[in-house]
Design a protein around this ligand. Structure first.
Ligand SMILES: *Cc1c(COP(=O)(O)O)cnc(C)c1O
Length: 407
């Protein structure tokens, strides 16, 4: 959670909690737009474009905010394409990067005028007519292969193996394709700027090699997303300016002056730090270790349970109390429904407001409704300082809306 967001949010949080109840996610519109704009400035190249990875925070209001700031959208399903279009995306504003993709999904992406990335040669072979611009995704290689969430080339389900890339493009040329891009998702939640930049440079290098081998001109290199954010208080944030400059230098090195446009499809880095999950302490108990129960469950934020991911937790109005160690838990009938294990916190009391930080990406979006624990509301703190509800909390009627009862 950025210092500016905390400064603007905390004074009014008790009122918001009284008005809206808990739990809810709240996002900082100013911070989201500022981050997007800083990224564009860091590249300082008019041909650069960032396409926000919709899956990170698929709320129309956030998408519209980013669109107004000039962002495109990275979509990986027809529903995400529709969301992007509803938020105002026009032809050329969408990149479609999916894997294990059905033919109908490529059609939907094409109808939306998206730049399509084929995850595999066989997928491109299946479409009757190739899109105007053809791009393939490179299988994780080199540095990207070290990334746990991606899998190495031998075990990953993503992308075309490097040694088959030239053949993939040659096939596309033989089928009449005339415009080309290349795609590489270089990492996931990577906090090492140099490593992220070198992995992106690897994609640029492979692009140059393949373009040369096949005799095509690459119009763009999409270096994907996957930049990390400082979830731990002592994590150092990515130096995005250094990242951008290293990528531009790699383009110069492998393509000379000019060269393909650089695209990114970053999600987490844009919105992650600009969201928090606001909850309240509802229980305290002791079972050999201390347990604090919140009124949110992993259905509102799956990352800690799913990946053992760290999210900072604070009790902003409990300063000065004795510090203890606590497991911070939700209510699902699953022992892994824990936001933190053995975490240092000021002595929590029933009714305390507890903030789970950095939930602006892959937070609400990954929510689910198991155990009848419904997804919470999403609020937005606008640039002007208003708070608006941009998605209401789910209700019992939502939960059963798809059930055919009494058939
Ligand atoms: C998830 C994903 C992204 C965004 O990743 P972040 O870590 O949120 O930046 C971009 N591209 C593809 C293909 C993805 O799967």
């Amino acid at each position: 959670m950025s210092a500016e967001f905390a400064e603007r949010l905390l004074p009014r949080l008790p009122d918001l909690v009284a008005d809206y109840g808990t739990p809810f996610h709240i996002y900082d519109a100013r911070g989201i737009v500022a981050t997007h704009e800083a990224m564009v400035r860091a590249f300082g190249d008019p041909s650069y474009r960032q396409y926000f990875a919709v899956k990170a925070l698929p709320n129309l209001n956030v998408l519209a905010l980013l669109r107004a700031a000039g962002s495109g959208f990275d979509c990986s399903s027809p529903v995400e394409v529709r969301l992007a279009e509803t938020a105002g995306a026009q032809a050329g504003d969408i990149v479609f990067t999916a894997n294990n993709t059905a033919l109908s999904e490529y059609r939907a992406a094409r109808a939306a005028g998206a730049l399509i990335t084929f995850d595999d040669r066989s997928f491109a072979e299946k479409v009757d007519e190739l899109p105007e611009t053809v791009a393939f995704r490179i299988s994780p290689t080199g540095l990207a292969a070290g990334c746990a969430l991606m899998g190495d080339a031998a075990h990953s389900k993503f992308g075309v193996p490097v040694r088959e890339l030239a053949d993939a493009y040659a096939d596309a040329v033989a089928r009449g394709a005339r415009r080309f891009g290349i795609h590489g998702m270089t990492c996931a939640n990577e906090l090492d700027t140099g490593r992220a930049a070198r992995a992106a440079a690897d994609v640029i290098r492979h692009g140059a090699r393949v373009a040369e081998a096949v005799g095509i001109e690459l119009e763009y290199v999409n270096v994907g997303g996957g930049l990390g954010i400082p979830y731990h208080e002592d994590d150092k944030p990515i130096d995005f300016t250094a990242y951008a400059q290293e990528i531009l230098a790699a383009r110069e090195e492998f393509f000379g002056p000019g060269g393909p446009r650089i695209l990114t499809e970053i999600g987490r880095y844009v919105t992650g730090p600009h969201g928090v999950l606001v909850t309240r302490v509802i229980n305290r108990c002791r079972k050999g270790h201390e347990i604090v129960g919140l009124d949110a469950s992993m259905s509102s934020l799956m990352r800690p349970a799913m990946y053992g991911a760290y999210h900072h937790i604070s009790l902003p109005y409990a300063e000065g109390r004795e510090i203890g160690r606590f497991d911070v838990v939700g209510a699902l009938c699953e022992n892994l429904d824990k936001f933190a294990v053995d975490r240092e916190l000021p002595e929590p009391r029933d009714g305390d407001i507890a903030l789970i930080h950095d939930t602006g990406a892959h937070g609400h979006a990954m929510g689910f409704t198991y155990n009848g624990r419904l997804r919470p509301a999403e609020l937005m703190l606008t640039d002007g300082g208003d708070v608006v509800e941009i998605r209401r909390a789910e209700t019992y009627d939502d939960y059963i809306a798809t059930v055919r009862w009494g058939v």
